[in-house]
Design a protein around this ligand. Structure first.
Ligand code: SAM
Length: 307
């Protein structure tokens, strides 16, 4: 991970008299095209690069993040910095993690003169979270991002399970993923992602973002979802067991919960049925019908004996 201090120093060295002022227009389609062209870059599909090119929508996304000058903000995937600029206007400080070296370099220009932003050139999924937290000031923080869709779940899970003191996370994501996060038991979208997100946070789908707000437009619908931290919704003796159980429960959707638990937890079918009975559930129940509290009942019975 390149040191934030070094990047700031390089920013300063590169100050040219004619561009000392803050660069304003980086969010129109023409400006994004020109910036990319100037640097010999083009949107990299494999890195999920769909840049925001609608100032109005950028403002609405920043509104959804409810950022104030009292906040430190983490942004994942700043791209050319369109959302980063808006966040830096509203936040006390912004730390932005970008994997693409071409874009990380472009940010040195597009974010030039903004002293409250630290750009870290790194893969968010591999970067050292303790260092990142340090760069954020070491206290609580908010997260805001137009996420790369190919790793949305991995990014969200990494933050949820990090134990870091995030207050809220506002993400622009594929609508189908937001539906999974907000889903209720008994619906098609309900699964282990719904349970993980709802265990740690309150989920709100805040607004839809039309495809035309991006360059290039993604092939799927997008929404902004806000996850607000709160104490875990259910009490379980061992959180790892709870998540092993919920992951096992959804491994094969057509199977009964007993079969999925037996296979996923490596226990006999009799034991799996016993756990289900301990939670006062019928033996042929399927995982998608269970609430968080019912999964917690199973986890309590499991941890008592097997955990
Ligand atoms: N925030 C910019 C915007 O809204 O215009 C760009 C958003 S684009 C959907 C996703 C960004 O995430 C790209 O800049 C991409 O290079 C970056 N990215 C992809 N994978 C990443 C990773 N593992 N770690 C950090 N950034 C990543």
């Amino acid at each position: 991970m390149r040191s934030p201090k070094k990047l700031r120093a390089r920013n300063k060295k590169r100050l040219l008299p004619q561009i000392v002022g803050i660069m304003k227009d980086i969010s129109s389609p023409a400006a994004v095209k020109a910036l990319l062209k100037e640097r010999g870059l083009s949107p990299n599909k494999q890195l999920g690069q769909n840049f925001l090119v609608d100032t109005n929508m950028i403002n609405k996304i920043a509104d959804a993040a409810e950022v104030t000058k009292a906040d430190a903000v983490l942004e994942i995937g700043p791209g050319l910095g369109a959302l980063t600029q808006e966040l830096s206007e509203r936040a006390g400080s912004v730390v932005a993690v970008e994997i693409d070296s071409g874009l990380a370099q472009a940010l040195e220009t597009t974010l030039l003169g903004r002293e409250n932003i630290t750009v870290i050139h790194a893969d968010f999924l591999k970067c050292d979270l303790a260092e990142l937290h340090h760069a954020l000031g070491g206290g609580s923080f908010k997260v805001a991002a137009n996420l790369p869709y190919y790793i949305t779940t991995a990014i969200i899970m990494r933050i949820l399970e990090s134990g870091l003191p995030y207050v809220s996370m506002s993400f622009l994501v594929q609508k189908e993923v937001a539906d999974r996060m907000a889903a209720f038991p008994g619906t098609k979208s309900y699964g282990s992602l719904s349970i993980a997100v709802q265990y740690y946070t309150n989920v709100q789908v805040v607004l839809s973002v039309p495809r035309g707000c991006f360059l290039p437009p993604p092939g799927v619908d997008s929404v902004v979802v806000r996850l607000t931290a709160r104490p875990p919704k259910v009490a379980v003796p061992k959180v790892e067991d709870f998540f092993r159980i919920t992951r096992a429960a959804f491994a094969m959707r057509r199977k009964t919960l007993a079969n999925n638990l037996a296979q996923g937890l490596g226990i006999g079918k009799d034991r799996a049925q016993q756990l289900i009975r301990a939670a006062n559930l019928p033996e042929n129940v399927r995982g998608e019908e269970l609430s968080l509290e019912q999964f917690a009942e199973i986890a309590r019975a499991y941890t008592q004996v097997d955990g």
